[in-house]
Write a protein that binds this ligand. Structure first.
Ligand code: GLP
Length: 261
């Protein structure tokens, strides 16, 4: 079972998630972190930024791989995930830009982009800790409902719901690309530790379906139930539809100190 950590605020969630990253880096300075975009991981990145700025954490050797990218945005577009990762992660956390990778969303060579990314991941030795958000339709990365649990990095068509959800980052919904390239569910399951974050009422149904619902490709997030090491950090609002919330709180409150996150 995944470990479900229900916290009182998004800021606390960021600190708990940052502890997991810090613990990983303490074990191995050049660990491989799987990076998510969207609003959800921002509190984690800000918590790490504070620790780096305070001198208590050095991430300069950390390697990173983004989950996904839009296909066909002009090079340097401020909403491309390459730009978002540079702005939100690489610069504030002082990572080495040459060690951080994002799938190649350029249409000219898109046919081979998935296989090239998988090869890069393999060469790096795989992902140690994968940060994940959750779409309101249950997607992880950009694996929309119906995505195979065995899927690897490939091009997907975004659902209308995801395009509407992400329209807030663009001038209009029409500007949100139709296609994306994303690590597959199978790629995500190869990471050695999954760290799923979800905040707010809008994620409550998707979270309950992912954590407690049946295993189904119709809820790609439910694939986390197949993984032996999963940490889910959520706020009260996102946790509000979990049937076993009291048990998760009880287990967290009684967690042996030596276990860590
Ligand atoms: C986006 C991203 C996902 C993200 C999810 C949730 O479209 N591709 O990686 O986890 O949808 O987004 P947000 O965190 O903004 O709610």
């Amino acid at each position: 079972m995944a470990e479900i950590v229900i916290v009182d605020s998004v800021e606390t969630a960021g600190e708990v998630a940052a502890d997991a990253v810090q613990r990983l880096v303490a074990e191995r300075v050049d660990a491989v972190l799987g990076l998510a975009t969207g609003s959800t991981p921002v509190p984690l990145y800000r918590a790490l930024e504070r620790r780096v700025a305070a001198g208590g954490l050095d991430l300069s050797k950390l390697r990173g791989f983004a989950l996904d990218e839009y296909v066909g945005l002009p090079e340097g577009h401020e909403q491309s995930y390459a730009s978002v990762i540079r702005r939100e992660v690489v610069e504030p956390l002082r990572l080495d830009a040459s060690s951080v990778h994002v799938p190649d969303g350029r249409p000219q060579q898109i046919e081979t982009a998935g296989a090239r990314y998988e090869a890069q991941l393999q060469e790096a030795g795989g992902i140690d800790l994968q940060i994940l958000g959750l779409g309101t339709d249950g997607h992880i990365g950009f694996n929309e409902p119906g995505s195979s649990f065995a899927s690897l990095t490939r091009v997907k068509t975004l659902t209308e719901q995801t395009r509407r959800d992400n329209a807030r980052f663009f001038a209009s919904a029409d500007e949100v690309p139709l296609h994306c390239i994303t690590q597959g569910v199978g790629t995500i399951l190869r990471a050695r530790h999954l760290l799923l974050l979800a905040f707010g009422e809008g994620k409550a149904d998707a979270l309950a379906a992912a954590v407690e619902g049946p295993l189904t490709a119709s809820v790609p997030g439910s694939a986390i139930q197949l993984h032996a090491r999963v940490t889910v950090v959520v706020d009260e609002a996102a946790a509000s539809r979990l049937a076993r919330a009291d048990y998760y709180r009880y287990a967290w409150a009684n967690k042996p100190a030596w276990q860590g996150v």
